[in-house]
Design a protein around this ligand. Structure first.
Ligand code: NCD
Ligand code: ZN
Length: 479
């Protein structure tokens, strides 16, 4: 059998080991991984001597802004940024215009993404107080999961009441899909922010003061209770504090199907960076006191936090540089810089390259039912590959980013490690640090290959079923 491509001379990385091997690719899948001499003939070969061959990263939290905010990003620029960052699958968030909470909005987004994406993608459906009834249509239309905003953030998507959230979980639970949570409690933040504004605070640190860690502690704990009650799978997005790890650990210990992510900004930045960065650092949840970093790293190491995502949230400079912190748009791009930032920590000895692959490829693939089709380089898997130079020293330059929003807190930061080539299903989408323009539209929605395990429903008799079932002997006619 003749392969389409064989990658020779590199070091292949799994979540358990790193070993010298060649990788043969055929029809978009990995054909074999092994000794150079064992490889079949190939139409094309790539010399990866001195480089590491990783399963491409799966970033389960990006905002590519389409439709509605294309001056910030679109599926073309966002997925180009992913390709440059060694990211081969992204899950895109629903806080766009119109929000991705109806079958029509989802269909529109699928069309836009399929025409422009350079990498594979999943689309989140919006789970809000008034979209619960749309869940079946959204599942049928092809969502990777749902997003629920417990707290206010960019897009002003209203937060469902606890009652609405319970019902939403009851309705999603039987679908087996995972509900990703912006776990910050809206009412606490609204009061705090009003107090701070009334007191005249508009300095960057007022943003942190408006969203103390208790907002996340309360939200994670409440969401875990509702997840446990219904059997609905949940995912805690952008874990920012040491304190919210306690309710997360307790929920996991009780057997709740809850997963969690943190992002480079919470591992690497701290409150002392607000003065230097001003509005650029404003993100929800806020970057917190540096004392949170060590517990977050420890939680990755012990499995409390499952993965690293980016919350790639692009805004243009005009929207980020303002005197009143409360008028600055929240978030910044991250999909292109995650890998260099984290590989720098590998170089520094903070984690192994296998830990990194576990947190950025294996865990996200497993938590969303894509493993082993994605997240690993083994025969039969999609040939989604990031080929990286672990020894390359360079400095991040916002002006050179693919994202349309060229402003990040990472500008000028020295890093070690660079994705050199990125392949999606066997095709180069970025080669020698150059975008493969013809790969625009190559990206496909991964919902078609998702296989979530059968859900374990809890308490159905006391939840939605109870509303339509009359107790024995009841006439059904109100007295
Ligand atoms: C995100 C955005 O801009 O869409 N902003 C942010 O600060 N993280 C929304 C979000 O994920 O909260
Ligand atoms: Zn969020």
């Amino acid at each position: 059998m003749k392969a389409d491509l064989v990658i020779h001379g590199g070091t292949v990385v799994t979540d358990a080991s790193a070993f010298p091997a060649s990788v043969a690719v055929k029809d978009g899948r990995v054909l074999s991984v092994g000794a150079r001499e064992a490889m079949p003939e190939a139409a094309e070969t790539l010399d990866a001597t001195g480089l590491h061959v990783l399963p491409g990263a799966i970033d389960v939290h990006v905002h590519f802004r389409e439709p509605g905010y294309t001056h910030k990003e679109d599926f073309g620029t966002g997925t180009a940024a992913a390709a440059f960052g060694g990211v081969t699958t992204v899950f895109d968030m629903p806080n766009v215009i119109p929000p991705t909470g109806t079958a029509e909005a989802l269909a529109m987004k699928h069309k836009l993404a399929s025409e422009k994406a350079h990498v594979d993608y999943g689309l989140y459906g919006l789970l809000g107080e008034d979209t619960i009834a749309h869940v079946p249509d959204l599942v049928a239309g092809g969502v990777i999961g749902f997003k629920l905003y417990m707290g206010n953030t960019f897009g002003n998507t209203p937060s469902p009441s606890t009652g609405g959230m319970l019902e939403a979980f009851e309705v999603v639970a039987p679908t087996g899909k995972r509900v990703s949570l912006h776990a910050e409690t809206a009412s606490i933040m609204a009061r705090r922010e009003a107090r701070l504004r009334a007191a005249g605070r508009k300095d960057p640190l007022a943003h942190l003061a408006a969203r103390p860690a208790v907002v996340a502690v309360e939200a994670v704990a409440r969401a875990a209770i509702l997840s446990e009650w219904t059997g609905c799978r949940i995912h805690v997005l952008h874990i920012s504090s040491a304190e919210e790890l306690r309710p997360l650990r307790e929920a996991k210990a009780r057997g709740v199907d809850v997963t969690g992510e943190t992002c480079p900004q919470y591992l690497l930045l701290g409150a002392e960076d607000y003065g230097r960065l001003g509005g650029v650092i404003r993100v929800n949840p806020p970057v917190r006191e540096a004392r949170n970093q060590a517990p977050l790293w420890a939680a990755l190491m012990d499995g409390t936090i499952d993965m690293i995502a980016t919350d790639h949230a692009p805004h243009i400079p005009d929207e980020k540089v303002r005197d009143d912190i409360f008028t600055v748009d929240c978030g910044f791009p991250g999909v292109e810089t995650q890998m260099p930032l984290m590989l720098t920590e590998v170089a520094a000895g903070r984690m192994s390259i296998s830990d990194y692959v576990g947190w950025t490829a294996v865990a996200p693939a497993k938590c969303w039912g894509l493993y082993p089709r994605k997240g690993v380089l083994q025969p039969g898997a999609d040939a989604d590959i990031a080929i990286v130079d672990l020894g390359h020293h360079w400095a991040i330059d916002d002006r050179k980013l693919q994202s349309r929003a060229k402003i990040t807190p990472w500008h000028g930061r020295a890093v070690t490690g660079l994705p050199v080539h990125t392949l999606v299903r066997g095709r180069f989408v970025m080669k020698d640090r150059t975008l493969v323009e013809s790969a625009r539209g190559w990206g496909r929605s991964v919902h078609t290959i998702q296989e979530m395990p059968k859900p374990e429903l809890r308490n159905p008799d006391s939840t939605m079923t109870a509303i339509v079932q009359k107790p024995d002997g009841a006439s059904g006619v109100a007295a």
